[in-house]
Write a protein that binds this ligand. Structure first.
Ligand code: COA
Ligand code: MG
Length: 288
C-alpha cells in the first residue's frame, strides 16, 4: 500500500470522494476525527459504507481506525464494523506486540461470529503515540500474523513527551520525532512488514509533502498516510518504483540466478552482494 487516505467515519461525502482519488487504501476513522458524542453515528455510517463496498472489485483496501484499547470504546467499534469484513483495523496508541496480540484475539472472536476466515483481518498499528509505545516497538516482530505494517504518529507523542512542536523551522521533524520515525522503520524491517510513514498535516504544502515522501522512500518506507485527496497522487508517485529501479532489480536477480551459490557479483563495475539481492527481491515482490 503506497497511499492510505484517512476519511472521517461520520462523513459519507468524504468516503464516496475517497473512492475516486486513487488511494490504495482508505482508513475510515472512528478515533480522533470523531467527537465522543458522534461515535455511535460514525460507527453506523462507516459500517454502512463497508457493507456497500463488500466484494466490490477494484475498490481501495478498507481499514477502520478504531479507538484505542484503553478507551472502553474499541469493542463497540469492532462490533459495528466487523460484520462487514473490513480488510484491516488500524490500532492507534498501540503499545507494542501485546496490544497487537490483544486486538488479534478480539478479531478472531468477531471473525468466528460472522463466518469470516480466521486471521483475514489485518492489523496496522500506529506504534509511537506514547513514550511507552516507542520503548515497546521491539516487541512487534512475531506479535501476530495479522500484522500488515507499522506506522507512526507524531501528534499524540508530542503531547505525551511535552514537546512544544514536532517540526523545526525548516518544516522537518525535530530530533525526538525523527527517533520515533527511524525506530518505526527498524521495527517494520524486523517484523518483515511494510513501514508506512505518518501524515503530513500541511495539506496545502504539496512541495513539502513531495520532499518528505522522497526522504521516506530513500530510507525504506514503502507508503505514507494522507489526510487530504490532493496528497494521494504525490504519495503514489513517490512510492511507485521507477522503471529504472525495476529494471535494475531484475538485473540483480538475474545476475544471482545465473551464478548459483555465488555470494557476490559485479554489475556495471559495481559490487552487488546478498543484501542487494534481498532488496531487489523485495522491490519486485511489491509490484505484486
Ligand atoms: N477524504 C476524502 N475527501 C476529502 C478529504 C478526505 N480526507 N478531505 C477533503 N476531502 C474533500 C472535501 O470534502 C472536498 O470535496 P467537496 O468539495 O466535494 O466536498 C474536497 O476534498 C476539497 O476539500 P478542502 O476544502 O480542500 O478541505 P476541507 O477544508 O473540506 O477539509 C480537512 C480539510 C482536514 C478537514 C479534511 O481534509 C479531512 O477531513 N481530513 C481527514 C481528517 C482525518 O481523518 N483525520 C484523522 C487522521 S489524522
Ligand atoms: Mg491521534
Amino acid at each position: 500500500m503506497r497511499s492510505l487516505l484517512f476519511v472521517p467515519g461520520y462523513s459519507p461525502r468524504k468516503q464516496e470522494k475517497g473512492l475516486e482519488v486513487g488511494a490504495d487504501a482508505l482508513i475510515l476513522d472512528l478515533e480522533d476525527s470523531v467527537a465522543l458524542a458522534e461515535k455511535p453515528k460514525a460507527r453506523e455510517i462507516a459500517a454502512g459504507f463497508l457493507a456497500r463496498m463488500r466484494g466490490v472489485a477494484g475498490r481501495p483496501t478498507l481499514y477502520v481506525r478504531v479507538n484505542a484499547l484503553d478507551t472502553g470504546l474499541t469493542e463497540d467499534d469492532l462490533a459495528a464494523v466487523m460484520p462487514h469484513a473490513p480488510d484491516g483495523i488500524m490500532l492507534p496508541k498501540a503499545e507494542g506486540g501485546l496490544s497487537v496480540a490483544h486486538l488479534g484475539g478480539r478479531l478472531a472472536v468477531h471473525e468466528a461470529e460472522h463466518g469470516l476466515t480466521d486471521g483475514a483481518t489485518r492489523i496496522l498499528p500506529i506504534a509511537t503515540e506514547t513514550a511507552r509505545a516507542v520503548f515497546s516497538l521491539q516487541s512487534l516482530p512475531g506479535s501476530s500474523p495479522r500484522l500488515s505494517g507499522v506506522t507512526w504518529g507524531a501528534e499524540d507523542l508530542s503531547a505525551d513527551i511535552g514537546a512544544e512542536t514536532n517540526r523545526g523551522e525548516d518544516g522537518g521533524w525535530t530530533a525526538p520525532f525523527r527517533l520515533a520515525r527511524n525506530l518505526t522503520l527498524m521495527a517494520a524491517a524486523a517484523a518483515e512488514v511494510d513501514a508506512i510513514d505518518t501524515i503530513n498535516a500541511q495539506f496545502r504544502d504539496l512541495d513539502g509533502l513531495a520532499r518528505e515522501c522522497r526522504e521516506a522512500r530513500r530510507d525504506g518506507f514503502v507508503g505514507k498516510m494522507a489526510i487530504h485527496p490532493a496528497q494521494v497522487a504525490i504519495i503514489n508517485e513517490a512510492f511507485t518504483p521507477t522503471e529504472a529501479a525495476i529494471a535494475q532489480a531484475r538485473r540483480v536477480v538475474a545476475a544471482f540466478a545465473a551464478a548459483p551459490g555465488v555470494g557476490v557479483v559485479g554489475i556495471d563495475g559495481e559490487m552487488v552482494d546478498r543484501p542487494h539481492l534481498r532488496r531487489a527481491e523485495r522491490l519486485l515482490a511489491r509490484l505484486g
